[in-house]
Design a protein around this ligand. Structure first.
Ligand code: GAP
Length: 454
């Protein structure tokens, strides 16, 4: 597996991910997604939408990033969405106290500890500042992670609003609208992807933890009593989704949170962890949240958020099962999972093994001669481009062009040679095993179509 440093270099070299605001010296922990990264992100969201929305009886939502601040009061984010911040008196750097403890001993359950218990643990185990190595900390403080801003032109109190730290609340507050306009029956789910913002104390590990990121969240509404069945259903579906996308089984670990560590409203929570170079770490979470969220918003807004079962005539507040995944975390996992360097003829051949559905380009069109074969190659390119993202490359030796196509994860390389003008055939070369076959130009769309099936 690539090291983190190798992967950062790879992502920058090929146009997957750039440092944010680079020409101004950068802005720490922000990243821009280049031509390939932008396509890959879109394909990740499309794959998730296909499997978790289209394949099921679920619907999509696109709610605002800016919500009435009362939403965050009701959801508990204003009061509780905070991390334990500890500052080193020697170097003034700030850290998450729970991270300092779990980095020292991953078996300690910091969810069970209050600030005093964490301070005691840090002192009694002589834990040091991760930056300067001294052991001289301030008291732990609660640090709310929501980004605050002001709405309107006048800066006065009462105008403060927040950038959403998760997409989920937009779904809960639209529950009644969705129910009314879709006439869905319980059980059904609402899917949403979009940006979320968290003022993380310790962002890092490249795009693993950033302050601006995208989430793909599903809130699945079901009848009380059926939530465990749905939790297990989606937990399994999540694992299968990752494996179907090509993530190796050995790179996935399923962590079921122990009952005593669960939030008071949850009766089951599981993290799917990926094998990052720094160890297994959270990729995707699923929580059974009972009726906590709908009840909280019903109480605070004065709007009934319940459901009348048309068959039993029973009225109830639905229970919720919530799988929640970060787009960038999945993207990072796919890069670590798929990148391989092979030595071929004393040269490094880099290959990104990506599922064809996800690959930014499905094929690269390669004319062996720019001049004589260019017009035919361009015709093939434009015809395929109508259905699929394809690339065109006529610069450099064919070997170099193959290598670039493999390195960015393009599953097919289509070579147009002089024979093509007579037999209307091209050579298709497969990225993963480098096998080649001669096929009719008219078959290309079908071949790509079969390959990109999810
Ligand atoms: N609504 C539930 C929720 O937001 P979460 O565990 O806080 O749950 C869900 O976040 C997922 O969002 C995580 O599993 C991770 O994939 C992604 N995520 C969370 N914070 C992130 C951050 N700072 N940077 C990148 N991705 C993040």
């Amino acid at each position: 597996m690539y090291t983190l440093e190798q992967l950062v270099n790879y992502a920058k070299t090929y146009g997957y991910i750039y440092q944010g605001s680079e020409i101004y010296g950068g802005l720490a922990n922000t990243y821009d997604y280049g031509p390939l990264g932008a396509l890959l992100k879109n394909n990740i969201k499309a794959a998730w939408k296909k499997v978790f929305c289209n394949d099921e009886d679920n619907v999509m939502l696109d709610s605002s990033i800016l919500l009435n601040p009362l939403v965050w009061k009701a959801s508990g984010h204003l009061d509780n969405f905070s991390d334990p911040l500890i500052e080193c008196k020697a170097c003034n750097q700030r850290f998450r106290a729970d991270k300092i403890i779990s980095d020292f001993d991953p078996t300690v359950n910091t969810d069970q500890m209050n600030f005093l218990a964490m301070e005691d643990y840090i002192a009694s185990h002589h834990l040091h500042c991760p930056a300067c190595g001294k052991n001289n900390f301030e008291h732990i403080r609660s640090f709310n992670m929501m980004f605050q801003t002001t709405q309107g032109v006048v800066k006065e109190s009462g105008n403060e609003i927040f950038l959403r730290p998760e997409t989920a609340q937009g779904i809960f507050i639209n529950f009644k609208n969705i129910l009314r306009t879709t006439r869905k029956k319980i059980p059904f789910g609402v899917c949403q992807y979009g940006k979320a913002f968290r003022n993380e104390i310790t962002p890092g590990n490249f795009i693993f933890r950033t302050r601006e990121f995208e989430q793909m969240e599903l809130e699945f509404f079901c009848a009380p009593g059926s939530e465990v069945q749905w939790f297990n259903y989606y937990r399994e579906k999540m694992v299968n989704f990752l494996i179907n996308l090509g993530i190796k089984k050995t790179n996935i670990q399923v962590y079921d949170h122990p009952k005593e560590g669960l939030a008071h409203y949850s009766n089951a929570t599981t993290d799917l962890e990926f094998n990052f170079p720094w160890g297994f770490d959270e990729l995707w979470g699923i929580a059974s949240r009972r009726d906590f969220d709908l009840n909280a918003h019903a109480k605070a807004s004065g709007t009934e958020l319940n459901y009348l079962d048309p068959e039993s005539n029973e009225k109830y507040v639905p229970y919720v099962v919530e799988p929640s995944l970060g787009v960038e975390r999945l993207l990072l996992s796919l890069l670590f999972n798929g990148l391989e360097d092979y030595i071929v003829d004393n040269e490094v051949r880099t290959v990104l093994h990506l599922h064809p559905f996800l690959a930014p380009y499905k094929a690269t069109i390669l004319p062996l001669s720019k001049k004589e074969l260019g017009p035919t190659a361009k015709k093939i390119y434009h015809s395929l481009q109508e259905l699929y993202e394809v690339a065109y490359d006529d610069a450099g030796s064919i070997g170099k062009r193959y290598r670039r196509s493999d390195a960015i994860g393009t599953p097919l390389a289509i070579t147009i040679d002089f024979e093509t003008l007579n037999d209307k055939c091209v050579t298709v070369r497969y990225r993963d095993d480098m096998s080649q076959k001669r096929v009719k130009i008219s078959q290309l769309k079908k071949i790509i179509g079969a390959l990109v099936k999810l």
